[in-house]
Structure formats: structure tokens, C-alpha cells
Design a protein around this ligand. Structure first.
Ligand code: 13P
Length: 287
């Protein structure tokens, strides 16, 4: 069932668990995540970056594929189709394409401009029955060519953006996209706590979910994080399982080169990673 993300995240915040956002890249990714959510009876958010949207030939292809797959696979758990780190123009494209949720990442603008653009998009998204995520304080690392320094967000600025009526708020707390470097300082729980104190019931979003130790994830959920984004970890499990298949020469055995066989181990690996995250985030049986 395709829905906006607001209700599932408000329930997660009240119930002290988090809903996973898993980024999709193609049909296999989408199918693996949807089936796992259904098997786990968990709400789920499918994240689509602008680069992934382009790769899949455009947001309309993505929205139509996701809707058709939910229908054909009889997916009854709540599923939100969400633009990840959207530009101002990208948000409008996804609204038009039939997404159920958007993220406007105005964190690289001066705060006044971030406020102005977010405010406009909140009104448009809500008029369309969609949910909207905003961002304050950039998330470090590189995603789709966008490089963020990884600063900690200013809690007062978070309050300004939260007060605009966004449904979820991403705030930098030392998290970064991709693998964490060996000298990573960890999450700033002090910043998270200060943000949570000022933004109250607002579901907070933790980007860069790959590689954050389980105890930090649990503490972040205790401090108000209700949505956790995971991208790289599914890519790593897919790649490792595919490598193992090829290195074992299985593509040369029988019809092992058939894409349905070749991609199967990676598909199963994504499913296992998604299930593991849903267990850690506490969203199983919360559909
Ligand atoms: P990772 O790739 O580090 O899991 O981050 C995903 C993310 O935050 C998407 O917005």
C-alpha cells in the first residue's frame, strides 16, 4: 500500500522504534525490499536519489514500477516512495511523477533560503497529501557526487525548519554517507538531544545508516530518531554475493549466466541486510 510517510513515522516516534529507508537502484532492489517488508510485517520507505532516478530513466518510471510492484506482489504493509536529498526542481518532478513523499535538501543554502524554499514545498506537498523531509546541517561524505562536510546542525535552526510543519527532519549529528573512516568520532548525542528537546514530537531522521554500530543506533532511536536511511550497506552485500557467485565460476555452470540466476545471490543478500536492519530498528510487526 503506497502511503505518505507521516503516519508511519509518527507511530514510530511514539512507539520508540525507527522505520528504515532503503535506497533503490533497479527492479531487483525494489522487489527485494518490498518482499522483505511484507515478510517482516514492517512499514518501509523506498528512497530514490536524483542520480538513481536518472539511472532508472526518470521518476515516472520509478513511481509506475513501484506502484505496479506493490499491486502485483500484494504488498499490504505501508510503503512510502520518497525522494532522497531532493533539489528544489527534483521535488517538483517527484510530486508530478506520483511519489508519496519528498525530501528537500536545502542544507547547502543559507538558512533563510532553506526556510523559504522548505516552506513553499511543505504547502505544495501537503496539498498533494504527500509527506516532506527537510535537512539542516549537511551530512558528511559523498552521495551521487554531492559532497557534504558533515557538520553538526544548529538546534535553533532545526527548530526553525521543524516549525514550518515538515513531517520529518534530517539533522547532521556527525553522521556521514558511505563507509565510516577508522578515525570517525561517532555520533554527537549531545547535538541530537538538544535538537530533540527543541523539536519535540518531530520524527528525526538519521542519514548514513551504513556502518553505525548497533548500540549507537539504539541510543539514537531513544533520543528521537524515527527514520534511518541505509544505502551503501545493501550495495556492499549485493556486490559481495555477486562476486562470490562469479568467483566460484557459477555463471559458467549450466545456465548460470541467465540474469535471473546471476542476480539471485545479490537479491537474497539485499533481503538479508534489510531484514537485519528492520530487526535492529525495531520495525518488525509494526505495519
Ligand atoms: P549510507 O549509504 O551511508 O547508508 O547512507 C544512506 C543515506 O543516508 C541516504 O540518504
Amino acid at each position: 500500500m503506497l502511503v505518505a510517510a507521516k503516519e508511519m513515522l509518527d507511530k514510530a516516534k511514539a512507539g520508540h522504534y525507527a522505520v528504515g529507508q532503503f535506497n533503490i537502484n533497479n527492479l531487483e532492489w525494489t522487489k527485494a525490499i518490498l518482499l522483505t517488508a511484507q515478510e517482516c510485517n514492517s512499514p518501509v520507505i523506498l528512497g530514490v536519489s536524483e542520480g538513481a532516478g536518472k539511472y532508472m530513466t526518470g521518476f515516472k518510471t520509478v513511481a509506475d514500477m513501484v506502484k505496479a510492484m506493490i499491486d502485483e506482489l500484494n504488498i499490504t504493509v505501508p510503503v512510502a516512495l520518497h525522494l532522497d536529498h531532493g533539489s528544489y526542481e527534483g521535488c517538483y518532478k517527484c510530486i508530478k511523477a506520483g511519489f508519496s513523499s519528498i525530501m528537500f535538501d536545502g542544507s547547502h543554502y543559507p538558512i533563510e533560503e532553506n526556510v523559504e524554499k522548505t516552506k513553499e514545498l511543505v504547502a505544495v506537498a501537503h496539498a498533494m497529501g504527500m509527506s516532506i523531509e527537510a535537512e539542516v546541517g549537511s551530512i558528511g561524505g559523498e552521495e551521487d557526487g554531492v559532497v557534504g562536510a558533515g557538520e553538526c546542525a544548529d538546534p535553533q535552526e532545526c527548530k526553525m525548519i521543524a516549525d514550518l510543519g515538515v513531517d520529518m527532519l534530517a539533522a547532521g549529528i556527525g553522521n556521514i554517507h558511505g563507509k565510516y573512516p577508522a578515525n570517525w568520532q561517532g555520533l554527537s548525542f549531545e547535538t541530537l538531544d538538544a535538537i530533540q528537546q527543541l523539536t519535540g514530537a518531530m520524527p528525526l531522521v538519521l542519514h548514513g545508516g551504513t556502518g553505525i554500530p548497533a548500540d549507537m543506533i539504539k541510543k539514537a532511536i531513544d533520543l528521537g530518531v524515527s527514520k534511518i536511511n541505509v544505502n551503501t550497506e545493501c550495495q556492499l552485500s549485493f556486490a559481495a554475493a555477486t562476486r562470490e557467485y562469479i568467483e566460484a565460476g557459477k555463471d559458467n555452470q549450466g545456465k548460470g549466466f541467465d540474469p535471473r540466476k546471476l542476480l539471485a545471490p545479490g537479491f537474497e543478500a539485499i533481503k538479508a541486510t534489510v531484514k537485519e536492519k528492520m530487526e535492529l530498528f525495531g520495525s518488525i510487526d509494526k505495519a
